[in-house]
Design a protein around this ligand. Structure first.
Ligand code: CO8
Length: 261
């Protein structure tokens, strides 16, 4: 598969890596970048050897500095709506993806860059990372779910602080606010991320897929419905060969080998 704006590679430990590859524009998203990420995700979904996807940015400086600002000059409302839909499509595809997606935030994650990272299941950030919903600084608001996903992750108080002021926060603060899972050393950052991802890739795939779906979909319905969904999901996971493997491995005091069945 030939890509121009991303690098897509599969490691041999169940981890696929998608690298946003426009370092000269701090990996800003345009239509082509989004389309290529969508194609890579489709491939990773179908490949049963891929168990976890890592999304990161090329170069030392940025995960992504957001939507391409240069494409916004004299943007019509209809064009803006189209851009917003494109970002929503990408974020939706990440959330609906049947395997864990990790955002490896290696530098700036701003505007749409942070919004895409927020659609990922887990966020690991380098100690040099800086994050913000900086749209207000160019007279805009978040348009790829930032006002909504950020609120769900860190609450209204901090969301308003970030969206109203357009300031950037460092990785330590983001961790304290619950925006990211953990801060990792910037030296050898991707090696640390890959190690984490490879461990996750050893977990039972069906259990991961159903847990992801229940956590995401359950958060927006009432508790009674969410618990009913969980019961049904629990029953499906209980029917897998992987559960039998997990229980047998426990009794035999060995590490389980899950097959995703
Ligand atoms: N889009 C396009 N190009 C960008 C972007 C961007 N978002 N960010 C940086 N670049 C380019 C710069 O123009 C520059 O290119 P060139 O050398 O050709 O001029 C190159 O990347 C390097 O950037 P800087 O020289 O600015 O690097 P600095 O180290 O001085 O600064 C910053 C780094 C602080 C990250 C700075 O580049 C910056 O503030 N960037 C903008 C960040 C931002 O505001 N992002 C939000 C964009 S809006 C958005 O994402 C909305 C999403 C929803 C859209 C919905 C549809 C309407």
């Amino acid at each position: 598969m030939e890509f121009k704006y991303i690098i897509y590679k599969k490691e041999n430990d169940g981890v696929a890596i998608i690298i946003l590859n426009r370092p000269d524009a701090l990996n800003a998203f345009n239509k082509e970048v989004i389309n290529e990420v969508l194609i890579a995700l489709e491939d990773a979904e179908e490949d049963e050897n891929v168990r976890v996807v890592v999304l990161t940015g090329a170069g030392e400086k940025a995960f992504s500095a957001g939507a391409d600002i240069k494409a916004m000059k004299e943007m019509t409302p209809l064009k803006a709506r189209e851009l917003s839909l494109m970002g929503n499509k990408l974020c939706g595809a990440i959330e609906d993806f049947g395997k864990p997606v990790i955002a490896a935030i290696n530098g700036y994650a701003l505007g749409g860059g942070l919004e895409v990272a927020m659609a990922c299941d887990l966020r690991l950030a380098s100690e040099k990372a800086r994050m913000g919903q900086t749209e207000i600084n160019i007279g805009l608001i978040p348009g790829w779910g930032g006002t909504q996903r950020l609120t769900r992750l860190i609450g209204k108080t901090r969301t308003k602080e970030l969206v109203f002021t357009g300031k950037m926060i460092d990785a330590k603060t983001a961790e304290q606010w619950g925006l990211i899972n953990m801060v990792l050393p910037s030296d050898g950052f991707m090696e640390h991320v890959k190690k984490f991802a490879a461990e996750l890739a050893k977990k039972a795939p069906v259990a991961l897929r159903i847990a992801k779906s229940l956590i995401d979909k359950g958060a927006d319905v009432d508790l009674e419905v969410a618990l009913a969904l969980e019961r049904e999901g629990f029953a499906v996971v209980a029917s897998t060969e992987d559960l039998q493997e997990g229980v047998t491995a426990f009794m035999e005091r060995r590490k389980p080998e899950f097959k995703g069945r």
